[in-house]
Each structure stands twice: as C-alpha cells, then as structure tokens.
Write a protein that binds this ligand. Structure first.
Ligand SMILES: Nc1ncnc2c1ncn2[C@@H]1O[C@H](COP(=O)(O)OP(=O)(O)OP(=O)(O)O)[C@@H](O)[C@H]1O
Ligand SMILES: [K+]
Ligand SMILES: [Mg+2]
Length: 719
C-alpha cells in the first residue's frame, strides 16, 4: 500500500510585523475589534475601563436630558477613552494574527501511513493509510522523503533531514533521528530525505501547531500574577477616587449655599457639582493610562518572544525571566553541537584493535542513540566490520542506554559450548564499577586513556566484557568527539554583565566537563549529573531565593525543566523536554535566554514606567482641575489657579481630552517596550522614576494648557 505524497506546504514566509512604530493603518484595521471590546460583558475584566464606560453611559443619558456642547463634548471623549484602551489591546493582539494565518496553512490535512503491530527493527511492518486527524497517542507512522509528518512525535527508527520552515521560518533542513536528544518531530513539517518511523505523542487536536496558533493569537494568554496584583491595585485606587469624588459633593453643595450669590453654571448649580463634572473628575483621577495599556504591554511582551522564535506557554515564566539569577545549561546538544561521534578506538592491555571494535559494535547494534550508531559506523569503516543486523543474533539481549546507569550493552548467551558473554560500554566510572562488581580490576592504563580524551573535551566510553567463569576486563576506550557551538563565550560574558550566573550540567565526567566549561566560558559546572542531581541543584538554588532558568533538550532534562522558573527547551529536543518546559526555542539556541531575559526585563520595566507615568499624571490633573472648578464658587481661590485656564468648562474638557489622547500617544511605547540596557536594578529604577515620574507630572500641565487654548479658540459652545 502506498500513500500519496501530499503537496509540499507553501514555503512559509514568516508573517512578522516589525516591532517598529505604530502604523496608523494598524489602528484602523483593529477598529472593529476595539468596538467589539466595548461589550461590558468582556470589559468588566478591566475594572478601570469598566468604570469609564459606566461613566460614559451615565453622561450620555445626562447629555440627552440636558443637552449642551460641554456635556456632549465630555461624553464623546469619555467614549473615545474606552475605545482607545480597547484599540491598544486590539492592536497588540492583531500583530499575532498574520502569523497565526501562516501557521494555519501549515496545519493542512494530511494522510498518515500507520504501522500495525510495529516493533523495533521489524523489516516489513504492515501498513494502513489513515487520516492524520485519526491518529492517537502511541500510534506509529512511517514518513518518507517528500511526505508531511502527520503529527507530533518522537522518531523511534531512522534518521532524516526535515524541512521545519513551516514553524520556524528557517529554511535550512534539520536532522531528526531516533534515540538521542534530537528525536522530536512536529506535525506539518516535511521530510526531505530518507525514512523515519515516528511514534505519535500528541493528543488529537492538541498539536504543537495548534498550540502555537492560540499562543500567537493571544487566545491562551493568561494574566500573570504581577499583572493581577497590579490590576487589584488599580481597582483599589479607582474605588478610593470614587469615594473622594462623592465626598466632594457635600462640600460643593455647602459652598454653593454659602456663596448664594454665585450664579449657576454647567459645573456647579443649586444641586452641587453637576453629574457630568463628577464623572469627568473621576475619570481624570483614576489610573486610566495604565489601565488602558496594561494588557497591551503583556501581549506585546509575548509577541516579542514570538518574533524571536520563542514560544512561551506561561506569562509567569516571561516575567520570571526578567529576574533570573542563575542559568543552568545542559552540555551535550545545548552548549555543544550534540552529535557526539565516535572517532577512534583505543585498545588497552594488549587487546587487538579489531577485538575492541567488534565488542564496541556488538554492544551498539541495538543502541539507537547517535553515539551508538556512530560506533557501528566507525567499526565498519575502520575495521571492515559489517553492521550486523541486530536480528542476526536472535538470542542476544540488548541493554539500552539510560542516563541513570550511563551504560549500554548486550548479553550474549553461551552457544555451541562457548560461554555466555556480556559487553558493556559507557561512562568510565560506571563501567569500571561494573568491572569491579564482576570480579575484574580496572587497570591504571584505562584511567590514563580516559583522562587523555577528557582533557580535550571529548567523551570517553569505556568498553568492557565479562565472559562466564572469568573476571570482567576493560577492552579499551571509544573516543566520542563533540564541538562547542560558536560564539558561546561572548554570549556568556553578556549574561555575566546582566548579573546572571551560568552553570553547565552534564552527565559526562568532571574532566570533560571542565574542558568544555572552560572552552565555552561558563561560570561553573556540575559533572556526572543524573537527572535527580539536576533537579536537586535547581531546588538548592531556588531555596536561596534565586530564580532559576534552565535550557535543555533531553528526556533526562525534563524534570529539571519542569522545576525551573523558566524552562526553555530546544525545538530539536525530545517531546518530553518540550512538554516539561514553559518555553520552546524554535531556533534551538541555548543562548537565546539572553534575549528572553531582556524581553522579561523590558516587560517589567515598561509596566513599571507606565504605571509611574499614569499615577503621576493623575496627580497633576488633580491640581489642574480642582482650582478651576472651585474658582467659580470661591473667586478668592483664583490665586491657586496657576494654570490660568480659560474657564472651568474648558479646564475640565481639556483634562478629559488630554486623558484620552495620552493613551493613544503611549500605545507605541507600550508595544515596543521601554528600552533595556544592562545595568543594576536600582539604577534602572531611579532613572525610570525620574523620567516617567517627572514626565508624568509635567505632561498634563503642558498638554492641558495647549488644549485649553485650542478649545476656547475653535469650539464655539465653550468659553
Ligand atoms: N549510547 C551510550 N551508551 C553508553 N554510554 C553512553 C551513551 N551515551 C552516553 N553515554 C555515557 O553516559 C554519560 C551520560 O550521558 P547523558 O546523555 O545522560 O549525559 P550528557 O548528554 O552527557 O549530559 P548533558 O546532555 O546533560 O550534557 C555520557 O557522558 C557518556 O559517558
Ligand atoms: K486618568
Ligand atoms: Mg543530554
């Protein structure tokens, strides 16, 4: 049965809207969404804006009842205030929509070639063609060159080059292979060469692309704890100002009665301050600026991550990234390229090179890790040992590699009078212990060879055998080579300047670890780390009150990725790692964390700066409006009216217009974020307090004055 190769997905042109300045067309395009957001059923989630909307409804009723230019002007601008706030959110959300559209195209319907009763190494498994949507977890499918991978999963057999441009926007093909830490494949991507067998890991309808779509659309964005706390603070401030405005009324009524001679105005009459003015005063005082921009700031932060090919499933993690103290990195595949390849067999104690190669190959026949496969290939190339099918030795029992035992191997039964034989290969310490446990004595020679390889940053794998009736003995060492990714040192230096300590953790021995750590320029390392050691290290750091970020790719990293405050998994990694973390880096670049930290810091700084600005702004407005209002009743207060605004009506109108316009003016800043430069937190804080606090106080004085002059000049109904 053959399946039709589905058409290639459209070359993904990653739809990214630059993080630059706001395009007016974008505002226009987001208008329908902004209007929809006026619905009180959704708006109530933003308490500040909800109050403004209630106020606008109230003044609308008042204006209809008792029409005046002043009343209508205020009413229109109150509605505009809510609309501008909605616009900020809609524009922020709109930026992910184009990208979601591109992703939807990648999520095309495909057919899957499902294998029935598949078992590892099976030569001709039975095949059936099903719709990709019918696939269940643990189904096994085969995908060949030219075909689209029907679902997310792990490669369980074979190696292939895969075009992942549909999700990463990167056109260079990537290698996906079974066994190692590069085994995860994503549904919707296309196999370019060879054939792989994939075990499906996704639940139906919960594919990676589905999750990406809802992420970039902002549908699954949850408010972060800090954001919720700030929202509560804003709601509390709103209530305080509401009470303040209400208690103003008796004072006004009393004053008016007291100053009986003063004529009724639109601002104050025999019933006290008019409803229009009370609502205006309230809106001017409550923190509308930050209330309007808060959600846009959060969405924009997530969006900035997406622009850098990072998918964050938790907003909390994005915030935590801004405060990270310690970064843990896995060595193989994270700091190094990760395709550890066998380059040399180094026999010891008079063992013939061919004998070592033969034993190493036997122990690797069923080893689906890249390391294991490279040993089989090296034995074939250097010693002409044909890669025997593991089926050739039907009675052999293969011992798979685990990060826990740090060994793999084979048990061969005694046959035809020959004694039973067991072969192990793995980390020196682990294999030496196995040798000792089986009656052997590891020689000094092994240690020398192992240390020699380790000192260069290579990974030594000791090969040993145990034949029934004899003590176990080491046969030699396999030299696995790996390469440190380029540019690591500069990036780690940059992290140091940001106050972040980098620690490399590896299952490799301390000597290898030291060599790689020095070459890459990390601050510290932890060697011979089992999964639980990684976890313990993170817990230890966290107990000291530090926020920990971790990048990793392997299944053995999964617990640590889940425990870390920020867990970034490489897209090349295993499904388990990608599930466990709270971010996936589509570029699989471990130093991406620098950018993630910068975005996190920028998010925190932007929110802080705009909150400062918003509150300073409102305090300034207080001093601009109150004197103007009461000057009508107490002419003697005129001295306080330092701004010399034309009339109470024009003062209030100017304040409301200013209040609304400031939202629009700040939308680009909310989306782009306040610039972050590496420096200490306290320096940043004081600088921002100065700029945004003082700026926030000064801006309304200037803005309201200008508006006041313009209003009196151009609007006939207001003097
Ligand atoms: N296929 C294999 N068979 C036998 N031993 C192996 C195999 N692969 C790796 N090892 C040994 O086990 C050790 C631990 O491997 P593991 O993959 O857990 O850690 P690691 O990948 O080196 O660590 P990290 O990825 O955290 O840097 C390796 O250093 C190596 O000595
Ligand atoms: K306000
Ligand atoms: Mg690893």
């Amino acid at each position: 049965m053959t399946a039709v190769a589905p058409p290639a997905p459209p070359a993904a042109e990653p739809a990214r809207i630059g993080g630059g300045l706001l395009d007016p067309r974008q505002l226009w395009k987001s208008l329908p969404d902004a209007l929809r957001k006026l619905n009180p059923a959704t708006l109530w989630r933003n308490p500040v804006m909800f109050i403004v909307e209630l106020g606008a409804l109230f003044t609308t009723a008042l204006s209809i009842q008792d029409s005046s230019t002043f009343a209508w002007l205020i009413t229109v601008w109150l509605w505009l205030t809510v609309l501008f706030a909605n616009l900020a959110e809609a524009v922020a959300e709109g930026r992910g929509k184009a990208q979601a559209a591109t992703l939807r195209r990648a999520r095309q319907e495909t057919v899957a070639r499902r294998l029935v009763d598949w078992a590892p190494g099976q030569s001709a498994p039975r095949e059936e063609t099903v719709d990709a949507v019918m696939l269940r977890q643990n189904d096994v499918v085969v995908v060949e060159a030219g075909q689209v991978i029907p679902g997310d999963g792990d490669v369980v057999e074979g190696v292939a080059s895969v075009d992942e441009s549909a999700i990463t926007g990167e056109s260079a093909p990537v290698i996906r292979e079974s066994g190692g830490d590069r085994s995860a494949v994503t549904g919707g991507t296309r196999v370019l060469s060879d054939r792989i067998v994939v075990k499906i890991t996704q639940k139906p309808g919960e594919s990676f692309i589905d999750r990406m779509i809802s992420l970039v659309e902002g549908a699954s964005r949850q408010k972060t704890p800090n954001e919720i706390a700030l929202n509560i603070l804003l709601a509390a401030l709103t209530i305080i100002f509401l009470l303040a405005v209400i208690t103003l009324q008796p004072v006004a009524i009393f004053s008016k009665a007291f100053q009986g001679a003063a004529p009724d105005t639109l601002v104050i009459d025999e019933h006290g301050v008019t409803g229009i003015v009370l609502v205006s005063l309230l809106v001017a005082l409550i923190p509308t600026t930050i209330g309007a921009l808060l959600s846009a700031i959060g969405i924009a932060g997530m969006d900035r991550l997406v622009q850098r090919n990072v998918l964050a499933t938790s907003g909390r993690a994005v915030e935590a990234a801004g405060d990270v103290n310690t970064l843990l990195l896995d060595k193989t595949g994270t700091i190094t390229l990760g395709n550890r390849q066998a380059t040399q067999f180094l026999p010891i104690g008079g063992v013939a090179p061919g004998e070592l190669a033969d034993a190493a190959q036997l122990s690797s026949l069923a080893d689906q890790t890249p390391e294991g496969r490279s040993i089989v290939v090296l034995a074939k190339n250097e010693h002409g040992l044909r890669a025997r099918d593991e089926g050739v030795i039907p009675s052999a029992e293969f011992v798979p590699f685990t990060a826990e035992t740090r060994m793999s191997g084979v048990d061969l039964p005694g046959e035809g009078g020959a004694p039973a034989r067991r072969i192990r290969k793995g980390a020196a310490a682990a294999v030496m212990r196995w040798v000792r446990e089986n009656g052997g004595h590891p020689t000094e020679e092994v240690g020398g060879v192992v240390d020699g390889i380790s000192a260069t940053g290579g990974t030594p794998l000791v090969v040993a055998e145990h034949t029934d009736g004899q003590p176990a003995r080491a046969l030699g060492v396999v030299h696995l080579k790996d390469v440190v990714k380029s540019g690591m040192r500069e990036r780690f230096d940059a992290m140091r300047r940001m106050g972040i300590r980098t620690i490399m953790i590896t299952g490799d021995n301390p000597l290898t670890a030291r060599a790689i750590a020095e070459e890459a320029g990390v601050d510290d390392f932890l060697a011979e780390a089992k999964p639980e050691d990684k976890l313990a290290l993170i817990r230890h750091e966290q107990e000291g009150g530090r926020l920990v970020a971790m990048t990793g790719d392997g299944t053995n990293d999964a617990p640590a990725l889940a425990q870390a405050d920020v867990g970034v998994s490489m897209n090349t990694g295993t499904s388990a790692a990608k599930e466990a973390g709270n971010m996936v880096d589509l570029d699989s670049d471990p130093t991406k964390l620098i950018e993630i930290v910068e975005i996190g810091k920028q998010l925190l700084i932007t929110r802080g700066a705009l909150t400062t600005f918003s509150i300073a702004n409102d305090i300034a407005k207080y001093f601009a409006i109150i004197p103007a209002m009461f000057a009508a009743v107490y002419p003697s207060l005129d001295g306080l009216n330092i701004m010399r605004l034309s009339s109470p009506e024009s003062a209030i109108t100017s304040a409301i217009i200013f209040n609304a316009l400031v939202i629009v003016v700040l939308i680009p800043l909310a989306l782009r974020g306040v610039r972050y430069r590496p420096s200490s937190a306290s320096a940043l804080l004081s600088r921002n307090l100065l700029v945004y606090g003082l700026g926030g106080i000064a801006a309304p004085f200037a803005g309201i004055k200008v508006l006041d002059i313009a209003i009196v000049q151009f609007i006939p109904g207001i003097s």
